[in-house]
Design a protein around this ligand. Structure first.
Ligand SMILES: [Zn+2]
Ligand SMILES: [Zn+2]
Length: 311
């Protein structure tokens, strides 16, 4: 969580306003949890979203409800947001996407909004532009005269493989996960300078996830507790969330199989369950460090392995 010091002279205050804790930290790679909730609205947990920050550049994964306010609270400058990666098109992962797009245009760098996601992402982008059609015309042509390029969305439908690569800086690899019947659905692996963060999105246990997450410094995995696993047995039931999500115990098993250093639980179902439930379940299967996610938690890589500040 960002903490600001407002003491000092005027120019220090000005610097703090311009770069709150952001430029000063600048670790090689950092995870910022922006939202750790699920579809049911919560005052404490925004919809699923996180930022992977590499050298002051932010890559956003998923854009759940409330992402704009969480980005503001995290002190991430709008101009620092380079690209947005959507895991799948369930509403809770894109509820905040229009706000994210529009804020990047209004307050960011004026580039086209760079958006990666599964097949169907272009339709989502077209819908956002249609939704803001009148506003874009007003702010671009009449009032603020905002840059026209920033009101465009560069939407790219992805498949498994490397989807973003900046030489000597960061590589983003998409991999298929099992969120059936939601297809396609992807997780993302970020590699930079020998450090790595893997974000599962929503998934059942999946050997492909274990493979792509292998050896990661941080695995960000969804988790539920108190699931009724019996519902999966007879084959004649209607779908429940437990049929296409992972329990905290299963997240722990995935962390063990992939031999990651730190497991971060997010997309917590239900969001108001005691964190201890998630922690205890995950620890049944994983002896490494487990962190139950909270909105605005920042986890640097690799320093976090030695930090006692969080669970
Ligand atoms: Zn989903
Ligand atoms: Zn979800």
């Amino acid at each position: 969580m960002v903490r600001r010091s407002w003491a000092g002279t005027g120019w220090i205050l000005l610097l703090a306003l311009l770069s709150p804790a952001w430029a000063g930290q600048d670790p090689a790679m950092e995870l910022v949890l922006l939202g750790t909730g699920y579809p049911y609205p919560s005052a404490d947990r925004a919809g699923p979203s996180c930022a992977v920050v590499v050298g002051g550049v932010a890559f956003i994964v998923d854009a759940g409800r409330g992402i704009g306010m969480r980005i503001a609270a995290a002190g991430i400058p709008w101009s620092a947001i380079r690209s947005v990666f959507i895991t799948h098109l369930h509403s809770d992962h894109i509820d905040g996407l229009p706000d994210l797009f529009h804020s990047c245009w209004q307050f960011g760098g004026g580039r086209p909004f760079e958006l990666y996601g599964p097949e169907g992402i272009r339709g989502v982008a077209e819908g956002i532009l249609k939704f803001y059609e009148a506003d874009i015309r007003i702010r671009r042509d009449l009032t603020e005269k905002l840059p026209a390029e920033g009101a465009e969305i560069d939407a790219r439908a992805i498949g498994e493989g490397v989807v973003y690569s900046a030489p000597d800086r960061v590589r983003v690899t998409a991999f298929a996960v099992n969120h059936r019947p939601v297809e396609p659905a992807f997780g993302y692996r970020f590699d930079a300078g020998g450090r790595s963060i893997v974000i599962t999105g929503d998934t059942r246990p999946d050997p492909n996830l274990d493979r792509f997450a292998r050896g990661a410094d941080i695995l960000v995995h969804e988790a539920y507790v108190n699931g009724d696993t019996a519902s999966r047995q007879d084959g004649s039931h209607s779908w429940t969330i437990y049929d296409y999500h992972s329990s905290a115990a299963e997240a722990g098993a995935a962390a063990r199989k992939a031999n990651v250093k730190i497991l971060v639980l997010t997309h917590l179902i239900p969001g108001n369950a005691p964190e201890k439930y998630f922690l205890d379940e995950a620890k049944r299967n994983f002896s490494g460090r487990v962190i139950v996610g909270r909105d605005l938690l920042r986890i640097p890589v690799p320093d976090s392995a030695d930090s006692p500040a969080v669970q």
